[in-house]
Design a protein around this ligand. Structure first.
Ligand code: NGQ
Ligand code: ZN
Length: 452
């Protein structure tokens, strides 16, 4: 049993001081308000529940910055995807693990304490399954163990190259499974998870482009208790192709053809009409927003104001990992709405409410739901996953309460992070991961080889 006392902490019902925590087996066993420091380790600073990162492809960290040069014509999401397919063509299992560990380390240093990895790179460079079909899922799980990251592993089902059952392309050969091989992959992924307390497994049909209505239905039955994530309505062309195929928009089609409920996380959902925004909010699914990646890829702007007015749930993800920062994702979400509506403090719900606090609270709840684990709150029974901000940081020192979160989200960003705990253990101190040198050196060696 580990006994802590937190100077300042954000509890479900608000701010508290001198919060005593008893931690057992990585979870909070008991909370005592106004505790005394006797027999307890002091955690100075401002302790927040760690934010879940609900969507990532860790391997894409290795290509961050490599698709920022203008091409011959019409640079777009689809030309970026070509660069990404070329990049992943040469990755070995060792590379996948080295890059994943580096990205997870940056996530922990960036204020994320748990990750849903939307993992679709399954096979070797020729598209052949490894001797162990879950080899690369195992590499993701290994990276999580090395870094201390809490993991929800989402092995992805990918079978088609476009709407209407189109055949997959060459560039997609490392992703492809049929339902039988996918079921084996899922079983392998479940075995690769070392401790069920610090990890979970869900499922992920890649997108409506990558499945048929029949395969989607079968895959969903394999989810068990786990979450179900899917990319949806990210690009205008995707909406148009879906309309041409089904005469329905993607989110409308999904709401009509699948029993979308609180197990589901709809990644991006950028292009929503009013009906879809309302329907999605009413389904209790989580919108998996990835504001920095969506800006980088030129996706468009999510209908944030309408969706939140309809009580829609959301969380944030770092997706392509072009920049890894929990506060910056929240800031970018709010800024996208300010630019769209030419207004300020759009996502706070009422007068007097802090925008930073409002975003943080909602992304905690939506993220925890999407990861399917007991995380996202400093509460008995939840994992002891915390981000501790430096109370002496110049942007935080003279304010208190919700202003701390506004300063973290809008001003200081990750420079305010001092210590990060996962399952009650510090993995980041003074803003640096405890195993930073080794993880970085391994990553640098892998990248030197990949880019040579
Ligand atoms: C992905 N990423 O699977 O990595 C996708 C691009 C696709 C984002 N959507 C590929 N940001 O959707 O076909
Ligand atoms: Zn994605």
């Amino acid at each position: 049993m580990r006994r802590l006392i937190l100077d300042h902490a954000l509890l479900p019902h608000g701010w508290a001081e001198n919060v005593g925590l008893d931690i057992e087996g990585g979870a909070i066993a008991a909370i005592q308000p106004d505790a005394t420091s006797e027999g307890r380790e002091r955690v100075a600073g401002i302790t927040l529940p760690g934010l879940p990162n609900l969507h990532s492809h860790t391997f894409q960290r290795g290509m961050a910055g490599l698709a920022e040069t203008r091409g011959p014509e019409g640079d777009s999401f689809w030309t970026w995807r070509q660069v990404m397919y070329r990049f992943l063509g040469s990755l070995t299992p060792d590379d996948v693990e080295a890059i994943a560990a580096f990205a997870m380390m940056e996530m922990l240093e960036g204020g994320f304490t748990a990750l849903a990895e939307f993992h679709y790179l399954h096979h070797d460079a020729d598209g052949r399954a490894y001797a162990d079909i879950a080899e690369l899922s195992g590499r993701i799980a290994a990276a999580a163990q090395q870094t201390g990251m809490g993991l929800t592993l989402l092995p992805v089902f990918y079978a088609q190259g476009g709407f209407g059952g189109a055949a997959p392309t060459e560039g997609q050969r490392r992703f492809i499974n049929d339902i039988d091989s996918y079921a084996r992959l899922l079983e392998g992924a479940r075995k690769a998870i070392a401790s069920p307390d610090d990890a979970a497994v869900g499922i992920a049909p890649h997108s409506l482009r990558a499945v048929t209505p029949e395969s989607l239905r079968e895959i969903v039955t394999l989810a068990g208790e786990g979450p179900i994530h899917i990319h949806i309505a990210e690009q205008v062309k995707e909406v148009e192709d879906c309309l041409a195929w089904s005469r329905q928009r993607p989110v409308a089609w999904l709401l009509d053809h699948a029993s979308v409920d609180q197990r589901w996380c709809l990644i991006h959902a950028t292009h929503l009409d009013e009906q879809e925004a309302k329907g999605m909010a009413a389904s209790n699914a989580v919108a998996g927003l990835c504001p920095i990646t969506e800006a980088n890829l030129g996706d468009g702007i999510f209908e944030g104001a309408d969706y939140l007015a309809a009580k829609g749930r959301f969380g944030v993800g770092s997706d392509s990992n072009i920049e890894i920062s929990a506060p910056a994702e929240l800031k970018q979400f709010e800024y996208s709405q300010r630019l769209k509506h030419r207004a300020r403090n759009v996502l706070a719900e009422r007068e007097g409410q802090s925008t930073g606090r409002s975003l943080y609270d909602k992304a905690l709840a939506g993220g925890a739901q999407a990861l399917g684990r007991r995380i996202g709150a400093i509460e008995a029974g939840h994992r002891a996953d915390f981000v501790v901000l430096d109370a002496n940081h110049p942007d935080l020192a003279a304010v208190s309460g919700d202003r701390w979160i506004d300063s973290y989200v809008f001003v200081a960003g990750t420079s305010a992070i001092d210590t990060v705990f996962v399952a009650g253990k510090a993995v980041v101190r003074n803003g640096r991961h405890l195993n930073r040198e080794a993880i970085r050196a391994r990553y640098s060696r892998a990248m030197a080889r990949i880019l040579s």
